[in-house]
Design a protein around this ligand. Structure first.
Ligand code: PQQ
Length: 246
């Protein structure tokens, strides 16, 4: 397959399997969730945010070219910031603050769903254990994130009176960071996946990553929409600051 052919296949995988199609995502953007369900989403997704720089640090440690390490380093800065109080993780905490969560509960991650934990850990392990090409390819879901983020942000602002531009501040920089990161990862993959077996591995890596994101939303759906909250996971009430609207 040519590089263009491979890119077209990758875009097809995203169209079919990315979480923009997940029922929980559709309910979130269409205003069909209650405050408790939106809280559960923010609480669980914190774990993804917190682990992204850890997976990127492990990926970066395997990049032998300083040029590529410099490129990848910006991802760590985007999430961790250059100083305390900055960066994506901190902005995600602004969202959980806005939803009334105590930071201690969020940052401890003790109340997240086991499904969230297993899915996110699987991503971190995949990036650590597979080839560098597969690790980089697994970040390519970001080709599709600006669109789903745009729909999610405008839907949430329209439908939920407990959500504001300020609490959703996490997503604004992602609209420029994600395309930049995805373009770099895509150019790496186009250049390095030449043989058929490499191209198959790249497509499988993207499918795996779509499954990670899908599984995170499945876990939320099962617990907080179907009502099967696993033992030990957030019960919908605890961990809120005194005076937060239930
Ligand atoms: O809101 C979203 O739908 C969404 C999706 C994804 C993604 O496609 O993996 C990421 C993000 N957000 C995100 O904010 C982010 O920092 C991020 C990093 C990565 C990655 O795989 O390295 N994906 C994503």
């Amino acid at each position: 397959m040519t590089a263009d052919g491979l890119e077209a296949r990758l875009r097809e995988i995203g169209e079919q399997r990315y979480h923009h199609r997940h029922p929980f995502q559709l309910m979130l953007q269409n205003g069909e969730l209650d405050r408790r369900q939106v809280r559960a989403w923010a609480l669980n997704r914190y774990y993804y945010q917190a682990m992204i720089p850890i997976k990127d640090a492990s990926l970066m440690a395997r990049l032998e070219d300083p040029e590529w390490r410099r490129e990848w380093r910006t991802r760590l800065v985007d999430h961790d910031g250059e100083a305390p109080g900055e960066g994506g993780i901190e902005r995600w905490l602004k969202l959980t603050d806005g939803l009334g969560f105590e930071r201690e509960l969020v940052q401890s991650t003790r109340a997240i769903l086991p499904g969230t934990r297993f899915a996110v850990e699987a991503y971190v392990h995949f990036v650590r254990d597979r080839s560098l090409l597969e690790a980089i390819a697994s970040s390519l879901t970001e080709l599709f994130s600006p669109k789903v983020i745009g729909t999610r942000v405008s839907g949430m602002l329209e439908h939920y009176d407990f959500i504001s531009e300020e609490t959703l501040a996490y997503f604004r920089p992602r609209l420029t960071q994600a395309p930049r990161d995805a373009e770099r990862a895509l150019s790496y993959v186009r250049e390095h996946a030449r043989r058929a077996d490499q191209q198959q591995a790249v497509m499988a890596a993207l499918e795996f990553k779509c499954d990670v994101l899908w599984t995170m939303l499945d876990a939320l759906h099962h617990a907080y929409i179907d009502g099967h909250v696993p033992p030990g996971a957030w019960d919908g009430e605890s961990g809120l600051v005194a005076g937060a609207t239930p």
